[in-house]
Design a protein around this ligand. Structure first.
Ligand code: FES
Ligand SMILES: [Fe+2]
Length: 358
């Protein structure tokens, strides 16, 4: 392996090897805080929705004491998924054999088990997972020893506040998703540079100034941060009048981004979940405060959906290149792709303890 410090990328095999994918699940996705949704989705007692931490299925539930809970959404009987989708219920019932759990996760009833020897319902509660909130956003973490969410977020709340966003006023207004034939790291790396923007995002480049002199990036703990101004004479894909003057793009390691665009208050949160080595499912939530003009909301989200769609063929092309075994490692342009370098250094650091580099 050629050194990352000289601008070489991670080995291409790290994007195609199932063993690496498995290691990433254990040492990255099972140890980091993951954005899963909003408090409004579980406002009432009995409200629930399913999500995942990496590939581990998770259920988020509001219990009878109004406490927000997260469980591994796997039945303690023969490990079927307990609930699907979202809704409201008084109990969580597994559809396979009907074991029923209270909203606080305890095993309430299990048909025919009263007479079983060695059957102790108290040992068979749903497994709880750490859950915490930042404003309206819910995060979960499978690692009981992980740092508190507030520490994990670092300066992210300050950054969002400083560009003019009051997160407590935000409401989820639109949602879209992307099913991509690419490794999750390719999606992150595509987000972390705008070197590809002039060739691939014409409307974006007519609006945002992507010149290297003003398109600036830095690292702060687990945050990979980019700031960029509006062009002096932008061609506007949406009306840019409003309190927010600059754009802000932040990747919260490993797989969640927070983006703010110039104009009225807005925030888009994008989480891309690894499905397999070569499959990633992206969920994009658009937030606006009440009173936002409908024109701004519709035009901004249409613009961002278009930019998102422009990226899909790019990341899928990269994945085909990675799978070709034609090139062992790529080479970065560090002046424009410094954040990718930082991201890959973190992946390397997280994985190399548990993986022998061949
Ligand atoms: S697997 Fe859930 S009740 Fe049997
Ligand atoms: Fe892009």
């Amino acid at each position: 392996m050629k050194p990352l410090a000289e601008g070489w990328t991670l080995p291409c095999s790290w994007y195609t090897d199932p063993l690496i994918f498995q290691q990433e699940q254990q040492v990255i996705f099972q140890r980091t805080w993951q954005y899963v949704g909003t408090i409004a989705q579980v406002a009432q007692v009995g409200d629930y929705f399913v999500t995942q931490c990496g590939t581990v299925p998770i259920a988020i539930v509001r219990d009878r004491s109004h406490i927000l809970r997260a469980f591994i959404n796997v039945c303690r009987h023969r490990v079927a998924e307990v609930v699907q989708g979202s809704g409201n219920c008084s109990m969580l019932q597994c559809p396979y054999h009907g074991w029923t759990y209270g909203l606080d996760g305890h095993l309430h009833s299990a048909p025919r088990c009263e007479q079983e020897a060695n059957f102790n319902a108290a040992e068979l509660s749903l497994i709880s997972v750490r859950i915490d909130c930042w404003g309206p956003f819910i995060f979960v973490n499978l690692d009981s020893a992980a740092v508190p969410l507030q520490d994990y977020l670092g300066e992210l709340p300050d950054l969002i506040r400083t560009v003019g966003i009051d997160i407590n006023s935000l409401q989820l207004r639109q949602h879209t998703s992307f099913d991509m034939a690419a490794n999750w790291k390719v999606i992150a790396e595509n987000f972390l540079e705008c070197y590809h923007c002039p060739m691939n995002h014409p409307a974006f480049c007519q609006l945002i100034d992507t010149a290297p002199t003003v398109y600036q990036f830095r690292v702060s703990d687990r945050l990979l941060i980019t700031t960029a101004p509006l062009r002096h004479s932008p061609i506007e894909a949406y009306p840019t009048d409003g309190a927010v003057s600059d754009s802000l793009y932040v990747l919260l390691y490993p797989n969640c981004t927070f983006e703010v665009y110039p104009g009225q208050e807005n925030l888009s949160v994008y989480r891309f979940d690894p499905v397999s080595c070569d499959r990633t499912f992206g969920r994009l939530d658009y937030f606006f405060p009440p009173g936002t003009s409908l024109e701004f909301e519709l035009k901004l989200t249409a613009f961002l959906n278009e930019v998102g769609m422009e990226d899909v063929p790019l990341v899928e092309s990269v994945q085909r290149g990675l799978q070709s075994n034609g090139v062992p490692q790529g080479h970065l342009v560090l002046g424009s792709e410094g954040l990718i370098h930082q991201f890959q250094m973190q992946i390397y650091q997280d994985l190399h303890c548990s993986y022998t580099i061949g």
